[in-house]
Design a protein around this ligand. Structure first.
Ligand SMILES: *Cc1c(COP(=O)(O)O)cnc(C)c1O
Length: 340
């Protein structure tokens, strides 16, 4: 049995989720006739306290559509310097939206009013037009750090007062809410567009949802078509998303608990130099020289455990639905046996 900790995207549908998929009522969603997709979209809009939602194949697509909807070419988007929309979407903001980015350092990726304020351009024609503040929650590059609701409130209230729009990359929003205890419907009112992923911690095989204000819906649906994300009998996949929202949110705390236990064990290993705080389900640590990620991962894989090289010195492990207590124990035993 291989233990795969590279990402929380590696999960496979549970038997009950497969059953829900198998039973799904479907139609052609490009004609707006798939009842399961509609049900998922309505559920997501209601859940986040927003008007509407648009089901898409990936979180990259929901982010790209969100920014496209909120910007004009030559605009500028303010975000954290390691943000997924900037760093891990293949340059999509440049290509799809023709916008530039203003990159902020943040406190472990969490950007604040103090940092945003001096980075809003004045309307001088020399400068790109600052039009959007984009937040990420949790912050994947910073080991799943998360915003409190009051931090979100202050950034978004300020952005609005400056005439800026707001996008949330909430790929792991439910992981953040698991820690803060805030309700999902407290999130929606702060943002114009919110992207949530069903295929990460929630365990659906495919799918993300762009939740947004009614005024942005038609452009979002148009852009989904343009980007090639109009799917036909997508209800089979949407049914997995509905199942995930109903059954897999409450259990995220188990992933966080296992990540913390794993983190504690890793911090004590002789070949580990440092570790980021484990706030949710992501563990990122730095290896002590001369141990390289290649050597570490090679050794680990001979024991049937997979992790991810996150930089020239760092390793990432992510806990998820298909990683249970038995696997946690085996992973920790394996790590303790490694010698370099
Ligand atoms: C995974 C992820 C996404 C979307 O990724 P897809 O693989 O395209 O679904 C977006 N933002 C963050 C922070 C992510 O971790």
């Amino acid at each position: 049995m291989v233990i795969d900790l590279r990402s929380d995207t590696v999960t496979k549908p549970t038997p009950a989720m497969r059953d829900a998929m198998f039973q799904a009522e479907v139609g052609d969603d490009v004609f707006g006739e798939d009842p399961s997709v509609k049900k998922l979209e309505e559920k997501c809009a209601r859940l986040l306290g927003m008007d509407v939602a648009v089901y898409c194949p990936s979180g990259t697509m929901t982010n790209q559509i969100g920014i496209k909807v909120l910007t004009q070419p030559y605009d500028e988007v303010i975000c954290y310097q390691g943000a997924h929309i900037y760093k891990y979407e293949g340059g999509g903001l440049a290509g799809n939206s023709n916008v530039s980015v203003r990159l902020l350092k943040g406190d472990r990726g969490r950007i604040s009013v103090e940092e945003i304020a001096p980075n809003i351009n004045s309307s001088d024609s020399h400068y790109p037009n600052t039009s959007v503040v984009a937040l990420e929650n949790t912050v994947v590059r910073e080991a799943g750090s998360y915003y409190t609701l009051s931090q979100i409130e202050s950034v978004c209230t300020f952005a609005k007062s400056k005439g800026l729009r707001t996008h949330l990359d909430g790929a792991r929003l439910f992981n953040a809410l698991t820690e803060t205890g805030d309700k999902p419907e407290s999130i929606g009112k702060h943002f114009d567009t919110v992207s949530i992923c069903l295929s990460k911690g929630l365990g659906a095989p495919v799918g993300s949802v762009l939740v947004c204000k009614k005024e942005h819906e038609s452009k979002a649906r148009r852009m989904r078509k343009v980007f090639g994300g109009g799917m036909r009998q997508a209800g089979y996949l949407a049914a997995a998303g509905i199942y995930a929202l109903d059954h897999h949110i409450a259990r995220l705390k188990e992933d966080h608990h296992r990540a913390r236990t794993l983190g504690q064990a890793i911090a004590a290993l002789p070949f580990v130099k440092s570790m980021m705080p484990v706030d949710t389900n992501i563990v990122i640590f730095e290896l002590a020289s001369p141990v390289t990620p290649d050597r570490f991962l090679g050794e680990l894989s001979t024991h049937g455990v997979k992790a991810l090289a996150f930089s020239a010195t760092e390793i990432r492990m992510v806990t998820h639905l298909d990683f249970d207590d038995r696997m946690l124990e085996r992973t920790i035993d394996t790590l303790k046996k490694l010698h370099f």
